[in-house]
Design a protein around this ligand. Structure first.
Ligand code: SF4
Ligand code: SF4
Length: 273
């Protein structure tokens, strides 16, 4: 099948089945950049791969805002399951068109415990999303997209066919506002200094997640919730909410009657520890 026709068909299929964002990246890009990312080249997962097709599903802001809660945990799990289900379905769809493909699942690690010794999965979907032009890295260590900010999760397909790539975004989307850094509950993020990149204290974040997992209200995702980037904020009428987030802990301690705080408190009070 001609490459443009295949790209068009696959994009239509993924969008129809529930993908909110779809992008295409050539595998060669992994070997041409950052050594951290080349160590997780798609070819190490599946040697014949020549194109990565990465697709994302959005996490609705009103539910993300309730984090940490069982409510948010259920959304997170559903989103992961949906992504894996669609990736498998896409591989079978391609196979039936005589196109060889594989995929890497959403998470690819056994449990939070193992991340202490092996902090990465065998493939990083953030690199795929960046190379496929879906977003840029933010100070919160996540991919930011124009449409959903960081409130979108990704999964990746590997194709043997060399499909035409999408351009990498030229402009950084991160506003460097520091909200993610200032509101992280365990100081896991540090702003870049000079030419150095943002520092992510992976183990501090992991330990926090271990606690939340035991309480059945993981993941944390506060750095995802508070990020001001994304059209979803306008659509949900939540564009100017940084002050609300900055006052949140104090307002909850003081038993604020504000309807937004009350709804988050309600969500966190039920369904988990
Ligand atoms: S997920 Fe939570 S603990 Fe981890 S960096 Fe983000 S805000 Fe901090
Ligand atoms: S919260 Fe601000 S600093 Fe953090 S990733 Fe979003 S835009 Fe960047």
């Amino acid at each position: 099948m001609k490459e443009n026709r295949l790209k068009e068909k696959l994009t239509r299929f993924l969008s129809r089945e529930g993908a909110d964002l779809v992008g295409y990246a050539p595998v060669d890009l992994w070997d041409q950049t950052n050594p951290g990312w080349s160590a997780f080249s798609p070819r190490l997962v599946w040697p014949p791969a020549r194109t990565v097709v990465v697709f994302g599903m959005a996490m609705p802001l009103p539910i993300v805002e309730t984090t940490p809660s069982a409510y948010h945990m259920e959304l997170y799990k559903s989103c992961n399951r949906e992504l894996d289900r669609l990736a498998l379905k896409a591989v079978r769809y391609l196979f039936n068109m005589e196109v060889a493909a594989s995929f890497f699942p959403r998470d690819g690690f056994g449990s939070i415990k193992y991340l202490q010794y092996k902090p990465f999965a065998a493939f990083d979907h953030r690199a795929a999303a960046y190379f496929a032009g879906l977003g840029t890295m933010g100070w919160n260590n996540s991919i930011l997209t124009a449409r959903y900010g960081p409130r979108v999760r990704f999964v990746s397909l590997f194709l043997e066919d060399p499909l035409s790539p999408d351009p990498i975004l030229k402009d950084e989307l991160c506003l460097q506002c520091r909200l993610c850094i200032d509101l992280c509950p365990c100081e896991a993020l540090e702003a870049p200094t000079g030419k150095a990149a943002v520092v992510f204290h992976r183990e501090a974040c992991r330990q926090w997640h271990e606690k939340l997992t035991a309480q059945r209200r993981y993941p944390c995702g506060i750095c995802i919730k508070v990020c001001p980037v994304g059209d979803d904020r306008r659509i949900y009428g939540a564009e100017k909410r940084s002050g609300v987030y900055l006052r949140e802990n104090q307002a909850l301690q003081q038993g604020s009657s504000d309807s937004l705080y009350r709804s988050w408190k309600h969500a966190r009070s039920w369904g988990s520890e």
